[in-house]
Write a protein that binds this ligand. Structure first.
Ligand code: 4AD
Ligand code: MG
Length: 480
């Protein structure tokens, strides 16, 4: 039997027409009013059963969580809260949902904490909050592709299994099919990877950048959008061990072009969400307002969710050099009063998230792009400035999030790149292919990485990154 999505039924102007919907029962009141949701919208549709329409047996099977097929006539609703409702003419229950068993799940009709919902991540998608988040997530990922495709970027699938550790941070997950209880050893008693599946050491990618760069050197403008993996032991509300990253890379772009691209891109996708996720954002905004009511006045948000998103679209991001930022931080109240966990003493210090958030939330009160970082605290591939101590790096810092983007202009000069690699003990043999791009027609180029979950976190106004990806992977947690 063909059926119509509830989102379309709710928008339909055709009264007195027969419609069929399929979905899950959210509530059943007075043996008469069923609220059904099918995931197509945050809203439920009210279905009204007149006396004698369904059998006693069926009536008893209409319980929270059950899946139903409902055929009926679409009419103006007399009740509050909805424009239209369905007068049921036929109802079948496809999948039962035992109310007794349901009690142990988060589908039981009472308030459950987000922590509790995480433990039942397989069921949380049936709640309003997760329906809204995951619809927004899907729309945002479409907007990402739309932005780059409209601007003539090519989508490149960089490898998931790789031999390179792009960020040089050594925080990768090893990939092997060696028997872990019988690992072949070399004469030096190290693991003999020549006997491994790929005949060499491999890991899950931490970034598609290096391979992305090689493709930008032929296609001009490319982007990647794929999963990345980091074995860093960071148990924070901003870190995942498996997250999705978007990495554009553009030949002949310098750092200013790179900042322009990142700012334009972020504004585009945020505007896309405002235009295409109105109902879900309204729901999430309301949810935040309810949450705020529990907090002391000083901790409450200054702007509503949608105002915050519009603010991002309508205002320029503030561009500030690392050196200026350090001066601001050194002279800041929390630094002088030793309120920061890490006190900023001198130029060269790595910025912690407390510093980034101070700059964005307290000092500038808008998104900030920090650029020209000390070479010492950034990756080997970033272009060295004339001063010999800073590199053409840029990070974008967002309110409530901290770093959302990390990028740079790349070192295109073969000799300088080799020197930097040598200084960091990165063997040339490992990156011979990367160095080739600097040997044959090297050129100015830049790119950045945006953590997709941090974007979704910002747009949905949620506070924990574990709540914006279906099945979060974090240290000591890989259930489902
Ligand atoms: O700053 P990162 O480490 O930069 C790179 O990986 C570069 N290769 C990108 C490039 O230039 N092509 O990571 C980029 C972004 C961060 O700004 C952050 O938004 C996100 O990826 N990110 C994480 N998101 C969730 N969990 C983690 N553990 C993350 N680590 C980085
Ligand atoms: Mg970074």
């Amino acid at each position: 039997m063909k059926h119509t999505k509830i989102v379309d039924v709710l928008q339909s102007d055709q009264r007195s027409q027969s419609v069929t919907i399929k979905g899950w029962v959210r509530s059943f009141r007075n043996d008469r009013f069923i609220a059904v949701n099918d995931g197509s919208t945050i809203h439920t549709i009210q279905c009204v059963i007149a006396d004698g329409i369904v059998s006693e047996t069926t009536q008893q099977q209409i319980t929270v969580g059950a899946s139903v097929h409902i055929k009926g006539i679409l009419v103006e609703s007399e009740g509050k809260g909805q424009r239209v409702e369905i007068q049921v003419s036929e109802l079948t229950v496809e999948g039962l949902s035992d109310p007794e068993e349901l009690k142990r799940t988060i589908l039981s009709p009472k308030r459950h904490s987000l922590e509790k919902l995480r433990e039942q991540a397989h069921l949380r998608i049936r709640t309003n909050t997760f329906g809204a988040i995951m619809r927004v997530r899907s729309k945002l990922s479409f907007a990402v592709h739309q932005y780059f495709q409209k601007n003539d970027f090519y989508y490149v699938h960089t490898p998931i299994i790789t031999g390179s550790d792009a960020e040089g941070a050594g925080e990768s997950f090893k990939v092997t099919n060696l028997a872990l209880n019988d690992i072949p050893k070399t004469e030096e008693n190290t693991v003999d990877h020549s006997k491994d599946f790929f005949g060499r050491e491999t890991n899950l990618t931490v970034s598609g950048q290096l391979e992305g760069e090689t493709y930008a050197m032929g296609l001009g403008s490319i982007y990647t959008f794929g999963p990345t993996f980091r074995a860093e032991n960071s148990n924070t509300s901003r870190h995942l061990s498996e997250f999705w990253m978007i990495e554009p890379e553009v030949a002949f772009n310098d750092l200013d072009d790179n900042m322009d691209l990142a700012e334009d891109f972020i504004k585009y996708v945020v505007q896309y969400a405002l235009d295409n996720c109105a109902d879900d954002l309204e729901f999430l905004e309301h949810r935040l307002q309810q949450e705020d009511k529990q907090k002391p006045q000083a901790e409450r948000a200054e702007m509503s969710l949608r105002d915050k998103l519009s603010f991002i679209v309508d205002n320029n991001f503030k561009r500030v050099s690392y050196t200026e930022a350090i001066d601001i931080l050194k002279n800041s109240k929390p630094n002088k009063k030793k309120k920061f966990k890490y006190i900023i003493e001198e130029w060269g210090a790595d910025l912690q998230s407390e510093h980034e958030r101070y700059l964005v939330e307290k000092h500038f009160k808008c998104p900030v792009i920090l650029f020209d970082y000390p070479a010492k605290i950034k990756a080997f591939y970033m272009r060295l400035n004339e001063d010999g101590k800073t590199v053409r790096a840029m990070d974008i810092l967002f309110p409530g999030i901290g770093e959302i983007v990390g990028g740079s202009q790349r070192e295109e000069r073969l000799d300088v790149l080799k020197e930097k690699m040598a200084a960091l003990d990165i063997p040339e043999e490992e990156l011979w292919w990367y160095l080739d791009t600097r040997r044959f027609g090297t050129c100015t180029h830049s790119g950045f990485g945006l953590g997709f979950e941090r974007l979704v976190l910002f747009v949905t106004g949620m506070s924990n990154i574990r709540d914006v990806i279906p099945y979060p992977r974090t240290p000591m947690n890989a259930e489902f």
